[in-house]
Design a protein around this ligand. Structure first.
Ligand code: ADP
Ligand code: ZN
Ligand code: ZN
Length: 661
């Protein structure tokens, strides 16, 4: 009798057997998503194999309710990668598959017209410079040999990494092999889709969180059956089911967007390498500010290092001026006079300006002038953020919206004041100062409206805007030749967060945003406003000195025993009741400690501590951190199954978390 093996997206570490629907050839269902009754629920599950078993009468197998897919999207490789994720990120096979082939993907009712990029092919290849030629040769040599290899392309800003990628894509296409290109931000996807369609025409699919479930299905089935050859997209595009994959490019590889923060907490760079091995494909990780772990791998020859140490046409890197307020305190809501003067000069020369501040809203703090108490979100232990137009308070963590309070809730004083600077306030200030300038703001608030990414990108590219203000989404990748000035309003937003990566993140952000300046004919200038001008993250960014930064920071990590010198897991314990969260985190800590001891696992446990934001949306959050090597960590976290928490407690496991806050 024929039965089907199903991976169900539930946290149970096994597969399940079902009978195929009547009148359907069971073999044709393998690799498809199906609906099946699971306990009391109807779930979407994944058919991973078809077996002939002798007698199933006493097994009382249920029948699959319906088959969801026309094409099978799950290949042998998909199952292999899902197994890898299940093993390395502690989840079930079904859960792994659900993050690869989304349950929500939907078949179109009618076949949709091919909406994918319709640009005609324009060949405007640059003549590669010597460093680019060398990079392309190294990559393409491996592509042609069809052996797995992984490169770290460390190329300073405006060194022409894109051109290297394009040449590699071309080489893969010539071999009739497909390419996946990953970008950390939708805004960058837009820029590259533009460049790539000009070069390669209609062979391209674009995948990110903004596309519909129907489009997602259509893209995956096209990738599977060869309808497209290039998939450009965000993290989960790494799973595009190409069967003849030749090349995976991960641009801005240092970005934490490549790490999924919910279960399973996979790292797209790691999946890229796994897929590379499977397909004998080439993986290229590119960045002007490589992550410490990748650069260390490169030094230790675990990745092949390719350097582009010069800007195109040997252009100088921008001059970086670090400014700090006279009294050493950070003033609120200020562009320093030198900053304003620089903006004014750039505008008078009809050049463009980028103003960067990694904090959206108008002002991040509302405080009582009399007793000093900060107005917090009622559901979260964090200050609400004041927003303008319309005036309101927003919580950036749970979305709660409130009116600006008339009086202090503690002392009833009417002296409520907003403090600090967000992108809206900067926009306001600039609009007042430069009345004729066309200013566009791109941050989490404006980017949510459809088309604003494209608007920002096209508006800057076509020189319709004079000033682009934004958060980290404008900090990297953009190539606007007429930008001659970049202003960093507050370089310190992430510097002192209690996290082992906060210094690295600050260095990367400043270096990246600085790299947007002076990419065209003009010499670029960067102004960095900070209260910590002597901090090595700021000094190294000022001197464009990644290697010195790396050397200092890696020593810190070694001293404090943090990655890349150890592996980590972050166990989060959440409950709506504070006491339960506390008790369970204590109990779990003892459980982990004794289990580690019994199993002789050499691990260091830290905690339990309250999360940096101890309560979000009325849920209390505690952490336990496990340090050690990956195998031991995995062994211990797998045993978490045996831990019995109280009702209402959620326990999350993040392997190699991208932060500890
Ligand atoms: P990166 O990604 O390294 O910051 P880009 O790939 O965006 O840099 O390249 C910077 C600019 O230089 C782009 O406008 C690109 O078109 C141009 N460029 C790249 N390679 C060459 C070349 N060999 N000759 C002339 N211009 C080039
Ligand atoms: Zn008060
Ligand atoms: Zn909140």
């Amino acid at each position: 009798m024929i039965v089907l093996e199903l991976a169900v997206p539930v946290p149970l570490n096994k597969t399940f057997y079902y009978l195929p629907p009547e009148n359907l050839n069971p073999k044709n269902i393998v690799g498809k998503r199906v609906k099946a009754q699971f306990g009391k629920r109807t779930l979407t599950a994944y058919v991973i194999s078809c077996l002939d078993v002798e007698n199933t009468d006493d097994l009382k197998l249920k029948r699959i309710i319906e088959v969801e897919d026309n094409d099978s999207l799950i290949t042998e490789e998909t199952v292999e990668i899902a197994n890898y994720i299940s093993k390395n990120y502690v989840c079930s096979l079904g859960e792994a598959l659900a993050s690869m082939i989304p349950v929500s993907m939907k078949l179109p009712k009618r076949i949709p017209k091919n909406k994918i990029a319709d640009g005609e092919e324009i060949r405007e290849n640059h003549i590669l410079n010597a460093q680019q030629t060398n990079a392309v040769n190294l990559i393409n040599k491996n592509l042609k040999k069809k052996i797995y290899n992984a490169f770290l392309l460390y190329g300073i800003t405006a060194s022409g990494k894109t051109e290297v990628y394009i040449n590699a894509v071309e080489c893969a296409l010539k071999q009739n092999r497909s390419t996946i290109m990953l970008f950390p931000e939708i805004s960058l996807t837009t820029q590259f889709v533009d460049i790539m369609t000009k070069r390669f025409g209609t062979n391209i699919g674009v995948w990110h969180s903004g596309i519909s479930n129907v489009e997602k299905y259509s893209l995956f089935s096209k990738a599977k059956n060869g309808g497209i050859k290039i998939m450009i997209g965000a993290r989960s595009a790494v799973f595009a089911p190409f069967e003849n994959l030749g090349l995976i490019i991960v641009d801005e590889e240092h970005e934490r967007a490549y790490k999924q923060d919910k279960k399973p907490s996979y790292d797209a760079r790691e999946i890229a390498k796994q897929r590379g091995v499977y397909h004998n494909a080439v993986v290229v990780l590119g960045s002007a500010t490589p992550s410490l772990e990748s650069y260390k791998d490169a030094i230790e020859n675990k990745l092949n290092l390719i350097e582009l140490s010069e800007r195109i046409h040997k252009k100088d890197l921008p001059e970086v001026k670090v400014l700090t307020s006279k009294n050493g305190m950070f003033q609120t809501g200020v562009l320093f006079s030198e900053t304003i003067e620089a903006v004014s000069k750039a505008l008078s020369r009809r050049e463009q300006v980028i103003v960067f501040l990694n904090r959206r809203g108008y002002s991040p703090v509302i405080m009582c002038g009399k007793c000093g108490s900060v107005y917090q979100c009622p559901k979260c232990s964090i200050s609400m953020v004041f927003h303008r137009n319309p005036d309101m308070l927003k919580c950036h963590y749970c979305g709660e919206i409130k009116n600006l309070p008339a009086t202090c809730s503690k002392c009833k004083s009417k002296d409520m004041t907003v403090f600090g600077t967000g992108t809206q306030k900067v926009e306001n200030e600039l609009k007042k100062l430069f009345k004729n300038a066309k200013i566009f703001r791109l941050d989490g608030d404006t980017a949510s409206s459809k088309g604003n990414y494209e608007k920002a990108y096209n508006g800057m590219k076509n020189e319709e805007y004079d000033i682009l203000i934004g958060t980290q989404m404008i900090a990297k990748g953009f190539d606007f030749p007429r930008v001659s000035l970049v202003c960093v309003v507050d370089a310190d937003t992430s510097l002192y967060l209690p996290d082992f990566k906060s210094v690295e993140k600050t260095f990367q952000l400043i270096t990246q945003v600085a790299g947007r300046s002076g990419r065209g004919d003009m010499r670029g200038v960067v102004i960095v406003q900070t209260s910590h001008p002597q901090h090595y993250a700021i000094e190294c960014a000022k001197n464009h000195d990644f290697v010195s930064f790396y050397k200092t920071e890696i020593e810190e990590r070694k001293k404090l025993f943090y990655p890349p010198y150890c592996d980590l897991a972050k166990i989060s314990i959440r409950n709506k009741e504070e006491k339960r969260a506390e008790e369970d985190s204590e109990k779990l800590f003892s459980f982990l400690e004794s289990t580690a001891k019994t199993c002789k696992l050499n691990l260091k446990l830290l905690g339990p501590v309250s999360a940096y934001i101890a309560k979000i949306n009325n849920v209390y959050r505690k952490y336990i951190i496990i340090k050690g090597d990956r195998e031991n960590i995995l062994e211990l976290t797998r045993l978490l199954e045996d831990f019995k928490q109280s009702s209402g407690t959620f326990i999350g496991i993040e392997i190699m978390p991208s932060d500890l806050i």
